[in-house]
Design a protein around this ligand. Sequence first.
Ligand code: HAM
Length: 421
Amino acid sequence: MGEKFKAPRGTLDALPADQPIRRAIEDVARRELELAGYGRIDTPAFEDTELFARGVGASTEVVQKQMFTFTDQGGRSLTLRPEATAAICRAYVEHGMHKLPQPVKVWTSGPMFRHERPQAGRYRQFTQVDAEAIGSDSPLVDAEMIALAWDILEGLKVPGARFSVGSLGSVEARAAYLDELREHLRAHESKLSVEVRERIDLNPLRAFDAADEGTQAVMADAPRLLERLEGADAEHFAEVRAGLDALGVSYEVDPTMVRGLDYYTRTVFEVHADGLGAQSQIGGGGRYDGLVEQLGGPPTPAMGWAFGVDRIALAMAGDVEGGRDKATGPGGVFVVADDDEARARALQVVTTLRRGGVRADLDLAGRSQKGQMKQADRSGADAALVLGAGGGASVRDMRSGEQRDVDPDAYVGELTERPLS
Ligand code: HAM
């Protein structure tokens, strides 16, 4: 026997049994987003490395440590996308989408890649559902998008989903604040962890995330960006909050929220859920008013978010049945054959049912009739159609166990409104 292979470290096989819940997540998201006028966009799984270096930010951990980067045969540096936002902005600029009515509302879903230390809920390939509204700075966009995220998670009944919202202000306001924060950190430098000390210049906001006691004590009385918001920034945040309140979204205000990507301005938000341990963040996003311009487009404000499908599936793991109902609807028909002659007809019946849009299946392992009935039950079918010798048939209701004789042609015709082929 040859050597057995395993999926690469930090990756996940989503087996058929895992799919109902994953599909429910995507289906609910798609329905809500399409009702709200978001159109599907798909971009490649890899891009020029420079797009992410510039878009996501050279000082971020994502760019410094987590990118899967390779050189193609032409000597170009390419990177598997660690997220969707920079790529969608690239597409917006490349296809002149600023000429369309604004904002351009798009969504996507697909695999993202980050070379992180694997643990439960943290993978090197994971799936995101992502939505972006590009071309408006209205606080109504922020409220609409956060409320959509809320409605999607409510629709899925994700256990313990909690929203927190913050604001980082404009680029200029943030720059002034960051100077103030650096001063505070330098004044207490000896108490900080080595990691935080090394990042005072590059990314002082990260200090709010530190796990060590020394840094946490210093951060307890550090200046807060939210308290420094002024003028148009403060007004924008107040309007976002008023919008969320009017839409019935519950959230807490987090004055020290730090997102892992550099492009955020003004509104930021995160969603956490129960039962996930350290990786409790199931989604997050915010406004990124400078990114499109940074990627060579016209000055264009924008807002977006992304959810981790794998993490939401984990959080919903106890609710597979619920997920199945939401995803697949009625269970269809399992065709049971009495003898070899009926077996040959069973595939014909099943094919006709499927062509008529009815979910249908049959035994392909030579089981006895009793074994086939067991299989019918296990498959979740609503009914078993038992084909007898000599062309007769009966239908068993799998819920009530009631059985009645039927004419197979008429039964199939009734379900599909088509004659048996
Ligand atoms: P993010 O917070 O980096 O934001 O990722 C969004 C979500 O993806 C996270 O909340 C998490 O659920 C999931 N996720 C991230 N990394 C992993 C991982 N290694 N394993 C499993 N799940 C993961 C963004 O990516 C932004 N592009 C969101 C955005 C869109 N902002 C504006 N527009």
